[in-house]
Design a protein around this ligand. Structure first.
Ligand SMILES: *[C@@H]1O[C@H](CO)[C@@H](O)[C@H](O)[C@H]1NC(C)=O
Ligand SMILES: *[C@@H]1O[C@H](CO)[C@@H](O)[C@H](O)[C@H]1NC(C)=O
Ligand SMILES: *[C@@H]1O[C@H](CO)[C@@H](O)[C@H](O)[C@H]1NC(C)=O
Ligand SMILES: *[C@@H]1O[C@H](CO)[C@@H](O)[C@H](O)[C@H]1NC(C)=O
Ligand SMILES: *[C@@H]1O[C@H](CO)[C@@H](O)[C@H](O)[C@H]1NC(C)=O
Length: 337
């Protein structure tokens, strides 16, 4: 009898503790924020709803609070919010229940946590979400089930992680227009990595370790305007690799290890406006590569017999080039054939 009473007291004491002594509630950015057990986000409520409300948005700012975990229903009181900022915390895993009451979110900032895992369906309630920021985390893999429900996502940022690309990795993000994957140490792009992303406008892959491109990797990206492959390890541009990108207007290939540009390198890029080739080691250039581009500016450009090439449609032939200095035009001499 005594024993049972003791157990009862211990249990009820624990339950009471959770809501009283252990829960530390404070006002933070016009919100009542309750954290318990050093890092469990227990609940969020409006302290002053007018102060967090703009004309279009209700913004929840929960940056830098050392949050490590989020209790089920933590956001029930603030479920009409449209933007959630939980950057600079210590979340290591994103569970399926974290955001399930926040079904009006359009903007979710999860930058700079230590996220290694996102559960399938973690964003399944966020059918209005337009922007998702996952930069500066520790993601190495993401299964396609992660994207379930994100039918309106326009922008996805996953820079500064250790993400490896896989076939069909982003399938399901049918409205995605901006995909930013800089600084991930990506070694290669598997064929089909961008399957299903037919509305991509901007694709940024700079500061990775991509050394080769398969000729079919960019198939299906017919609406793309900007492609950034700068600061990778590309040694060559395979023939016709950009042929599917009819609307591309800017292409970054700076900071690679390109030595040769063949005549078919840029096949299909007739509408290209800006091409960045600085900080490569170009030695051999077939000017036919640029002949069909209607209005191209090449950075840093080519100097032939002392003058800078202005109109690429009037230059033919194969040239031997040297890189004089970073940002100065390549200095080229025609190869007698
Ligand atoms: C959001 O919810 C709070 C509290 O429930 C309420 O005071 C506020 O008016 C709501 N705002 C909008 C735009 O629905
Ligand atoms: C990440 O957040 C920590 C605090 O949690 C902060 O000290 C650090 O500067 C942040 N880093 C970046 C890259 O924002
Ligand atoms: C968060 O807390 C729940 C409930 O205690 C637990 O099951 C889960 O593993 C925790 N998640 C992390 C990443 O610590
Ligand atoms: C997570 O990534 C950061 C750099 O973004 C790194 O400093 C840290 O060691 C990584 N942590 C783990 C657990 O991998
Ligand atoms: C060529 O592109 C430049 C921008 O780089 C633009 O200002 C100019 O109007 C274009 N010219 C033609 C003929 O389209």
């Amino acid at each position: 009898m005594c024993f049972l009473l003791l157990i009862y007291l211990l249990l009820s004491a624990n339950v009471a503790d959770v809501f009283t002594e252990d829960a530390d509630c404070q006002v933070y950015n016009h919100l009542y924020v309750c954290l318990e057990n050093g890092g469990f986000l227990h609940s969020v409520a409006f302290e002053d709803v007018n102060a967090v409300q703009t004309i279009e948005d209700i913004e929840l700012h929960l940056e830098n609070l050392e949050i490590i975990n989020i209790t089920r229903n933590a956001f029930t009181e603030v479920s009409n919010s449209s933007a959630l900022y939980v950057r600079d915390n210590r979340l290591s895993s994103i569970s399926r229940h974290y955001f399930d009451t926040l079904n009006q979110l359009t903007y979710l900032d999860l930058r700079n946590n230590t996220i290694t895992n996102v559960e399938d369906g973690a964003f399944a309630s966020l059918s209005d979400l337009e922007t998702l920021l996952l930069d500066h985390n520790n993601l190495s893999d993401l299964r396609p089930g992660v994207w379930r429900g994100l039918s309106e996502l326009h922008e996805l940022y996953i820079t500064h992680n250790q993400l490896a690309l896989r076939r069909n990795m982003f399938k399901g993000l049918r409205q995605l227009e901006t995909l930013v994957l800089d600084s991930n140490d990506i070694p290669e792009i598997p064929i089909g990595a961008f399957n299903g992303l037919s509305h991509i406008d901007l694709l940024y892959l700079s500061r990775n370790k991509i050394s080769t491109l398969h000729p079919d990797v960019f198939r299906g990206l017919s609406e793309i305007n900007e492609l950034d492959l700068g600061k990778n390890r590309l040694r060559a541009i395979p023939a016709n690799v950009f042929r599917h990108m009819k609307s591309l207007n800017s292409l970054w290939l700076n900071g690679n290890q390109l030595t040769v540009l063949k005549s078919d390198a840029f096949q299909g890029l007739d509408n290209l406006l800006f091409l960045f080739l600085n900080n490569n080691d170009l030695r051999y250039v077939d000017m036919a590569a640029f002949a069909r581009m209607k209005n191209i500016t090449v950075d840093p450009g080519f100097r032939i017999r002392g003058s800078l090439v202005g109109d690429f449609r009037k230059i033919y032939g194969r040239y031997q080039c040297i890189s004089v200095a970073y940002q100065l035009p390549y200095d080229c001499t025609e190869i007698d054939s």
